[in-house]
Structure formats: structure tokens, C-alpha cells
Ligand binder design. Structure first.
Ligand SMILES: [Zn+2]
Ligand SMILES: [Zn+2]
Length: 425
């Protein structure tokens, strides 16, 4: 058993709600709760994080305009930053970023902010803090599977929309305009089609996709092989896609939108989670025609490669790096295992933080050593001067007698005055 050094986190190590379940929390919600736990506004927390990572802050840019739960590279960056600061791994699971190489953007983002009144009411009833679900930020999800009701987008107290989290101060579950509880709304029962969509997306969110970038085209080829005997034209006309659209997916790097994937799942009788896991080996179409079962053995499953990295192996390598005689930086460690710093913090958090912390301590110790040597030089100059019968020496004179390397040290005059004042005060 390896004992890990766990450096203390800069921000509270808040546990995300509903991780690995269809009800997983969104990163926007996490930011609100994290800010609250530090007694800050969400805006202030976001500005602080940007300043911490030395990004310029635009005063007029509201934190909620960043859309932290989306599929963008920015969302992924935020997840990595927050994982780094809280020590909580896998915060990208609170965003749609892990699906970026699988999902096209059109039709993904809803037009306005939605929520399930019953979820908020239930959170509150259980004595828990209401939180926002990531599924609510996916347009085709119009219903809550748990409560079998439609989502709401209007505050039941002030009738305004977009009042869920578009403000500097947000308490999830309460209207940002009037402060009323958003769980008070009257709900309407959802139809089975809406519930089916919610179930599919929920299952998708509960699992990290296993099909990597290179696996998408082979996956689509398998889909077309199973659902249309490998014929693009048949596939397009049978399921209502444009032929050029399907061609674009296969040859031009286009990606099916969430609705297209749902169409495939519906007609193919396969879960979105299974598709994205690449679990298509034993896929059988519902009411499969007889001739298809003869053609199927040649389906191009063989081309599917999962780009899933061996995280156990990467973690082990990072632990080995902790034993290197000279500590290395997290960027250097990332280069050695072929994974960026961002992903190390997301997927191998404890190890990444231990490597970074060891390097930081090493750098601090090295700096201390350099400072000590520098001060010893200054002391020696001063002693020489006093031994030669002088009353004292000015900081500038000392500086002039130092070698070029010492002269260029940042804050050199602070070092000199520190030595001088320790002698004469
Ligand atoms: Zn609900
Ligand atoms: Zn309101």
C-alpha cells in the first residue's frame, strides 16, 4: 500500500452531488455552492480563480455568461482549475466536455434555464441544499425522470424566466429576481416520449464515454451497418437524416447532434450510454430482418479503438515520480506520461497534487538555499570592509562589488538592506 501525501486544498473539497448518477450536478451549481461555502458571491469566486491562474478579469463579464457546464474547452478548463484548487477529481463530469468529441453542438443548449420543481422541493424536504442538475442544461431533456413531470422555466412567484443562476449571487433553488423558492411551482405530468429522452440522457451522464475521438467514425459505420445494411442512402432516408449530413459525419469530421444520437438509440433499440461506451458487439436491432443476421458478422466493429487511457498505469507512474531524487513539475510529469496537466488534475488528482506540491516545496527550499548563499556573500563583503577600517558601506557600494549573477537576483536590494539592518539596528 502506497501512502500518498495529500496537500491541503486551497478551496473547500466540496463533494459534487449525484456524481455517476443521472442526477449529476452541473458545474455552475458546484460553483454556486462552493462560493457559498466560502462566504463569497459566485462572481467573486470566479474572479478570484481567474486572478489565481493569472487570467485577466473583465469587469462587465458575468460569471454565468461563461456557461461552465457546457461542452466547451473553457468548461473543461474550469473543471480542471477547480479540481486543482479543491482536490476533488473528475469535476469535468459536471460538464458536457467529456462528450465534446461525440456530440455536435446544434440542438444541445436549451433556450432558457430550466429546472424540476419537484427535485428542488425534494432536496429541501430532505434537509439538503438544492442543487442544479446537469441534465437540465441539455435541450432534448424536457422532463424529470425521477418525478415524471415536465421541467419548468418560469418562476412561480414572479413569472420571470432565466432566474435560476444568472446573477452575481446565486442560491440554487431560489429565484435570482424575487428570491422565491423555485420548488413551489405546479408541475405537469410528462408523456412517455419525454421520459424516454430523459432516461437516455440520464444514462449517458452517469457514465464517462469510452469511445475516443478515433472511435467515432468506426462507431457510426457500425451503426449504419446494423441499421441500414451499411448503406448511407438507406440509413439517411429510413431515419430522416439528410444524406449529405451523414456523409459529413463519416468523411468530413462532422458529428451527430444529440437529437440524431437519440434517433439512432430509439430506432436501434440501444442505449446512448452503450453507444458511447462502444458496446456494440452484441447489438441486435429490434425485429431484426433475417438477411441482416447473415450480413452482420462482417460489421466493422474491428475498427473501433477506444482511446481511453490507462489511468491506473498513469497514477502508478506519477507515484513513482514522487520518488525521483530531483522533484519535477506537474507539467514535466504530464509530458512524461503523455497527458496534459489539466487531465492529470481531473483524473489522477491526489497524485497530481502530490507531484505539484513536492515540486513547490523543492523550489521553495532551493530558493531559500540561494538566498542564504547570497546573504553570506553580502556578509563577507561587509566584514572585509569593516576589517579594512571603514565605518560602514552603502547598499549601492555592496551591490557594485557583487558578481553579475548576484546583481541580477530579483529583489537584491532587499537582501542587502536586510543584512545591513541586521548589523546596524
Ligand atoms: Zn425532479
Ligand atoms: Zn421569481
Amino acid at each position: 500500500m502506497t501512502t500518498m501525501h495529500h496537500p491541503r486544498s486551497t478551496l473547500h473539497a466540496l463533494t459534487p452531488m449525484g456524481l455517476d448518477t443521472p442526477g449529476v450536478e452541473s458545474l455552475s451549481s458546484y460553483v454556486c455552492r462552493l462560493a457559498h461555502s466560502h462566504g463569497m458571491t459566485s462572481q467573486k469566486l470566479v474572479d478570484w480563480v481567474l486572478a489565481h491562474f493569472e487570467h485577466t478579469v473583465c469587469e462587465k463579464y458575468g460569471w454565468h455568461q461563461r456557461n461552465l457546464s457546457s461542452m466547451s474547452a473553457e468548461s473543461e478548463q474550469w473543471a480542471a482549475w477547480l479540481s486543482e484548487l479543491t482536490g476533488v477529481p473528475a469535476l469535468d463530469r459536471l460538464t458536457l466536455a467529456p462528450y465534446r468529441h461525440l456530440l455536435g453542438t446544434p440542438g444541445l443548449a436549451p433556450r432558457s434555464d430550466r429546472w424540476c420543481s419537484c427535485c428542488f422541493a425534494e432536496d429541501k424536504q430532505r434537509g439538503e441544499v438544492p442543487y442544479l442538475r446537469l441534465a437540465w442544461d441539455i435541450a432534448p431533456v424536457e422532463a424529470c425522470l425521477r418525478h415524471k413531470v415536465y421541467l419548468t422555466s418560469v418562476c412561480p412567484h414572479c413569472q420571470r424566466s432565466n432566474v435560476r443562476n444568472r446573477a452575481a449571487i446565486v442560491v440554487p433553488g431560489y429565484c435570482t429576481a424575487c428570491g422565491g423558492f423555485l420548488g413551489d411551482g405546479v408541475t405537469e405530468s410528462a408523456i412517455p416520449e419525454s421520459l424516454w429522452m430523459a432516461r437516455q440522457v440520464g444514462k449517458m451522464l452517469a457514465h464517462r464515454p469510452q469511445v475516443g475521438t478515433e472511435g467515432v467514425v468506426p462507431l457510426l459505420e457500425t451503426v449504419i451497418a446494423c441499421m441500414a445494411e451499411g448503406k448511407i442512402a438507406t440509413f439517411a432516408s429510413r431515419y430522416g437524416f439528410s444524406k449529405s449530413g451523414v456523409w459529413h459525419w463519416l468523411r468530413k469530421g462532422g458529428l451527430p447532434g444529440i437529437k440524431a444520437w437519440l434517433t439512432i438509440a430509439l430506432h436501434g433499440g440501444i442505449g446512448l450510454d452503450q453507444l458511447f461506451a462502444g458496446e456494440v458487439e452484441n447489438w441486435e436491432m429490434p425485429h431484426q430482418p433475417l438477411q441482416l443476421s447473415i450480413a452482420l458478422p462482417e460489421s466493422p466493429r474491428a475498427g473501433i479503438q477506444s482511446r481511453e487511457l490507462d489511468w491506473e498505469g498513469i497514477r502508478a507512474s506519477l507515484r513513482e515520480m514522487l520518488a525521483l531524487p530531483t522533484p519535477i513539475s506537474i507539467n514535466e510529469a504530464g509530458e512524461r506520461v503523455g497527458v496534459g496537466r489539466k487531465h492529470l488534475y481531473l483524473r489522477a488528482n491526489a497524485e497530481a497534487r502530490a507531484v505539484a506540491d513536492r515540486h513547490r516545496r523543492h523550489r521553495a527550499a532551493t530558493k531559500q538555499q540561494r538566498d542564504d548563499q547570497l546573504r553570506a556573500k553580502i556578509e563577507a563583503l561587509l566584514d572585509e570592509r569593516l576589517a579594512a577600517g571603514y565605518e560602514g558601506i552603502s547598499a549601492r557600494d555592496i551591490w557594485a562589488q557583487l558578481d553579475a549573477e548576484a546583481q541580477s537576483v530579483c529583489g537584491i536590494f532587499n537582501h542587502i538592506s536586510a543584512v545591513l539592518s541586521s548589523r546596524y539596528c
